[in-house]
Ligand binder design. Structure first.
Ligand code: SRM
Ligand code: SF4
Length: 579
């Protein structure tokens, strides 16, 4: 779906006004160094102070504290138990067994939750790393060829790539583009290496441009890029600023259709914010990929709103200046014209579980990891199981954008041993319902400072109840793309779900209905402020109607629109109905 803002009279290319404080912070940061090094040495506080607490984001870390114990510590007049969450950079989500064993050990030895958390952007997070262990964490990552540069902050984030292990040839090339895009758009400052890896600073020479692409103030806001291989929209293009849709001929990649300006976040009650699908700019041959990416990024860098961070993402820039104006500027900067988009179709999202054979004679096992949380639970020793698999696995692991994991590149002779380990440790569960496989939640409590309602901790029980409802309504093997996020930022991509639950307050959710299986439609607000019982009774009533009235093979998201339960078309994203 594209917006209808292609033409804007007298477009405002640059928003004038007092710049957001983050702009001052970035400008004064000495290219992302700040005084992080000094702050790290200050053991009087467990946290980072002033600008540093924000600047560490560009190095892939967020300052957090455990919200379950925050009030108790306050009562005891203690500062919050500061720690950091680290998000690794893993373009295309590929990690090898040696790297896995190292992160597994680090999670055990130095994180307070002991988990590896797979994210909706194909990477992993450590939660609960205390200040004295932060440098060791970066050095550990470096020793295994990983880093966490630019996985947060106003930069291009981890670049996603369809985790398709079947058509290996096409996938390999698509993955290489994801890696090249990630490298090309990375900050060029040496701040990360100096602070965390003790690299000696080399002063810049007169006239040297430190950040030719991102600029001295970096981007106005976070920026997200993907490479996707149709027909599977597993990375959810419409959640991203810049998407390269792989177009192939005779099994070989020839180029990409480029989609710009997707994004899901909004703020309850603030009509200037809204989720938005990306617009199709057209086709480019593959050799122009980096030039086009750079032109999109620099246009957003120069035209993005630096006054109001709530309207700073590319999606708002497109609506303010007009899609045509933005696209023409990208063509001008790149010196390349888009040609007509090549036909393609997304027919699925999500992951398919179990074994598949790739074209290279190797086998790939997709494991369902509920909420992406790899930890040893009672009766399900997922973390130990993954460690044991990593010890014998000769291929690699691929993290999916749906918080799952693929044991990829397994020789036929090794299949049985890997499957046995996976079964022993609860990584394979044959009785998993389709509904559970299609449900997802963001992290939310206790670590996310922005959480308004539970999400990760709410999901498993919610799915138990939804499974029972579906069975009661004669829909036992059916499923609905069900996603829960603890606030309207949308990290669990509820704004591309057939049923999206968005946290409004403790135990309260707004319910959105009507995305489609391909993920090309933003759902509409159906009911506000539902408590958990009301969520279930609504799902019961809606699925009873779906069961009774649906057409053959009609998906839930399509049904709710056809039946008039929610309206189909968002005419203007600016008129998106808020709670
Ligand atoms: Fe997110 C902020 C977790 C994917 C939109 N996100 C956060 C923070 C860092 C909270 C904060 O700012 O302090 C959350 C940390 C929670 C924790 O304790 O781990 C957080 N986001 C996540 C993850 C881990 C969710 C998950 O369960 O997997 C995902 C990590 C992705 C990664 O590896 O990079 C994650 N976040 C997303 C997505 C989905 C996606 O990209 O596919 C979105 C919606 C798409 C979009 O950008 O529109 C998303 N996160 C946000 C936003 C709203 C941005 C905006 O446009 O306004 C915030 C808040 C902000 O940036 O101000 C946010
Ligand atoms: Fe936190 Fe909100 Fe993102 Fe969930 S959606 S992880 S609650 S910021």
């Amino acid at each position: 779906m594209s917006s209808n803002f292609t033409k804007v009279e007298n477009p405002v290319l640059i928003v004038e006004g007092k710049q957001a404080d983050n702009e001052r912070m970035k400008a004064e940061s000495d290219y992302l160094r700040g005084t992080i090094k000094e702050d790290l040495a200050d053991r009087m506080t467990g946290g980072f102070t002033g600008d540093n607490s924000q600047l560490i984001r560009t190095h892939g870390m967020y300052q957090q504290d455990d919200r379950d114990i925050r009030a108790e510590r306050q009562k005891q007049k203690l500062e919050p138990l500061h720690n950091v969450m680290l998000r690794a950079r893993l373009p295309g989500g590929i990690i090898n067994p040696i790297q896995w064993l190292a992160i597994d050990k680090f999670a055990d030895d130095y994180t307070s939750y002991g988990s590896i958390r797979l994210t909706t952007r194909q990477t992993f997070q450590f939660h609960g790393v205390l200040k004295p262990n932060i440098k060791l964490m970066h050095q550990t990552l470096h020793s295994i060829g990983l880093d966490s540069i630019a996985t947060a902050g106003d930069v291009n984030r981890n670049v996603l790539c369809t985790s398709n292990p079947v058509e290996s040839e096409l996938h390999q090339e698509a993955y290489e583009w994801a890696t090249k895009l990630s490298e090309h758009l990375l900050p060029k400052t040496r701040a990360y290496a100096e602070i965390w890896l003790d690299e000696v600073r080399v002063e810049t020479t007169e006239g040297e441009v430190v950040e030719p692409i991102l600029g001295s103030n970096y981007l106005p806001r976070k920026f997200k890029t993907t490479v996707v291989i149709p027909p599977n929209n597993d990375i959810d293009v419409h959640a991203n600023d810049l998407n390269f849709v792989a177009i192939s001929k005779d099994g070989k990649l020839i180029g990409f259709n480029v989609l710009v300006g997707g994004g899901l976040a909004m703020t309850h009650g603030d009509n200037s914010t809204y989720p938005r699908c990306a617009d199709d700019f057209g086709f480019i041959p593959k050799e122009h990929t980096l030039a086009i990416a750079e032109a999109v990024v620099t246009t957003q860098r120069d035209w993005g709103n630096r006054v109001n961070r709530k309207n700073a993402k590319t999606k708002y820039t497109l609506d303010r200046v007009g899609v045509d104006t933005f696209k023409a500027e990208v063509e001008r900067r790149a010196g390349i014209n888009f040609s007509d988009s090549r036909p393609y179709k997304f027919t699925t999202r999500g992951d398919s579980f179990g074994w598949v054979a790739g074209i290279d004679g190797k086998y790939h096992l997709t494991l369902f990891i509920e909420n992406g949380r790899i930890l040893d639970f009672d009766g399900k020793t997922l973390k130990t199981g993954m460690r044991e698999i990593a010890k014998i696995h000769q291929g690699d692991f691929r993290l999916t954008a749906n918080q799952n994991l693929i044991v990829a590149g397994v020789a036929e002779a090794d299949k049985a041993a890997i499957e046995q380990l996976a079964r022993e440790h609860g990584l394979i569960n044959d009785s998993l319902s389709n509904q559970r496989k299609n449900s997802m939640a963001c992290v939310s409590f206790p670590t996310c400072p922005l959480a308004m309602a539970e999400a990760e901790r709410y999901l498993p029980g919610l799915v138990d109840d939804v499974e029972a409802i579906l069975t009661k309504n004669g829909l036992k093997d059916e499923s609905i793309i069900l996603r829960v996020t603890g606030c309207p930022n949308g990290c669990g991509r509820a704004m591309l779900a057939e049923i999206g639950l968005i946290g409004k307050g403790p135990g309260k959710y707004n319910m959105y209905l009507g995305s489609d299986v391909a993920g090309s439609r933003v759902p509409k607000l159906y009911k506000e402020n539902l408590d958990e019982a009301a969520v279930l009774s609504e799902i019961d009533a809606l699925t009873a109607r779906w069961s009774a009235e649906r057409n053959d093979g009609e998906a839930f998201g399509d049904f709710v629109i056809r039946a008039g339960i929610v309206e189909q078309v968002i005419v203007s994203f600016r008129d998106f109905h808020h709670a």
